[in-house]
Design a protein around this ligand. Structure first.
Ligand SMILES: Nc1nc2c(ncn2[C@@H]2O[C@H](COP(=O)(O)OP(=O)(O)OP(=O)(O)O)[C@@H](O)[C@H]2O)c(=O)[nH]1
Ligand SMILES: [Mg+2]
Length: 353
């Protein structure tokens, strides 16, 4: 054993680690073989960091175990996907092929289960049992359109029109104002005045002021409700369209919403738009509409960022639960091109492409 340990130190160095020793007797005369299994410390450290390092039979066994585990994981993942689909499309199987397809497509568009089933039921009743799948889809689109109210787009009128834009932060108020101002000036040849009551955010008013200067549109800003009231008195007689920008407000901050309400009271606008991103969940959208209704009572919704929203089923559901007419779709950042008057037909096609 002494000899063996010496040999081990020669080969593996002073700090070698003994993994095992055993003596194997050789015949009768006390002769024996001494087996020492050892490893140098550096090798142990390397092994700890490199578990892909091949080491004979162990590696083959490990690879087989690993491949087995990978297969198991893939199978578990497939089962989870199936379960998720079974939950998401839980009624697809019971609905049969055509109705099931419509149901699945509505669910893929984030139409909640309850609304999807209702749409399938009503569409099926409308077209009868033997209709083509396309007819069934078209019937569903018709029902979606009939569920949505549309607010007419701004029209040049003999009398002056004042409109205010409200909404949660970053929803696209200022961008929509720039687009509408350009349309009113260039297409309707109307006198336009842009008023910014967004004096809360650093650079809030400057953003619009710069646009107004470039577009050659008069611009004013109001720092308080009183200032806004005076400004309105001066300008409302002069006719044309007055577009008022307001500060982005969280639907959950009643104090801030109250401040905007005071501004609106001073401005006495004909229309108040709720400018809201389409890329919002049903829950949040419903919350925004309900809380804004309570404090600011908007006339219509401008649905922005429809280009960014992957689905619109959640918007449909929110508007069905808390009805508010749709006025415009904002479909991108380009001024003034990316703004369309909303139509029920277009909305239905966005919900059910
Ligand atoms: N993709 C896309 N981006 C948009 C659209 N409308 C606005 N944006 C962008 O969204 C960002 C916020 O837009 P703003 O117009 O400043 O939004 P706001 O509601 O005035 O924001 P606050 O005043 O901060 O509350 C900007 O980067 C816009 O370019 C749209 O329809 N599609
Ligand atoms: Mg803004």
């Amino acid at each position: 054993m002494k000899d063996a340990l010496e040999q081990m130190r020669r080969e593996f160095g002073e700090d070698a680690v003994i993994l095992s020793t055993r003596t194997i007797p050789l015949g009768g005369q006390g002769a024996e073989i001494v087996e020492v299994t050892a490893m140098s410390e550096t090798e142990i450290a390397e092994d700890a960091h490199d578990d892909t390092r091949p080491s004979g039979a162990d590696t083959i066994a490990n690879a087989a175990t690993f491949a087995g585990m990978r297969n198991d994981l893939a199978e578990m993942r497939r089962m989870l996907d199936e379960t998720a689909d079974a939950v998401r499309y839980r009624y697809a199987a019971t609905l049969g092929a055509r109705h099931g397809n419509l149901y699945k497509r509505l669910r893929q568009s984030d139409v909640p289960d309850e609304d999807a089933l209702r749409l399938v039921g009503r569409a099926a009743a409308a077209v009868g049992g033997f209709a083509h799948e396309q007819e069934l889809f078209e019937a569903a689109r018709k029902i979606i359109s009939s569920d949505i109210k549309i607010f007419p787009p701004l029209q040049p009128a003999a009398r002056p029109i004042t409109v205010a834009f409200t909404g949660t932060t970053g929803g696209g108020k200022t961008t929509v104002i720039a687009k509408l101002a350009a349309v009113c000036k260039l297409v309707f040849k109307a006198d336009v005045l842009i008023v910014s009551a967004d004096t809360y955010k650093v650079g809030g008013a400057e953003q619009l002021q710069t646009f107004a200067a470039i577009a050659g549109i008069p611009f004013r800003s109001a720092y308080s409700a009183q200032e806004l009231r005076q400004l309105m008195r001066q300008h409302q007689q002069s006719g044309g369209v007055i577009l008022i920008d307001t500060v982005g407000r969280s639907q959950r901050n009643l104090e801030h919403l109250g401040e905007t309400a005071a501004m609106l009271e001073a401005a006495e606008p004909d229309n108040v738009y709720l400018t809201q991103s389409a890329a919002t969940s049903e829950k949040i959208l419903t919350d925004v509409i309900q809380r804004y209704k309570q404090v600011l009572n908007p006339t219509a919704v401008i649905l922005t960022k429809t280009d960014e929203a992957e689905t619109l089923g959640q918007v449909y559901a929110a508007l069905r639960r808390s009805p508010m007419p749709l006025a415009y779709f904002s479909t991108g950042q380009n001024i003034p091109d990316d703004l369309e008057p909303a139509t029920a037909d277009k909305f239905a096609r966005l919900v059910l492409p």
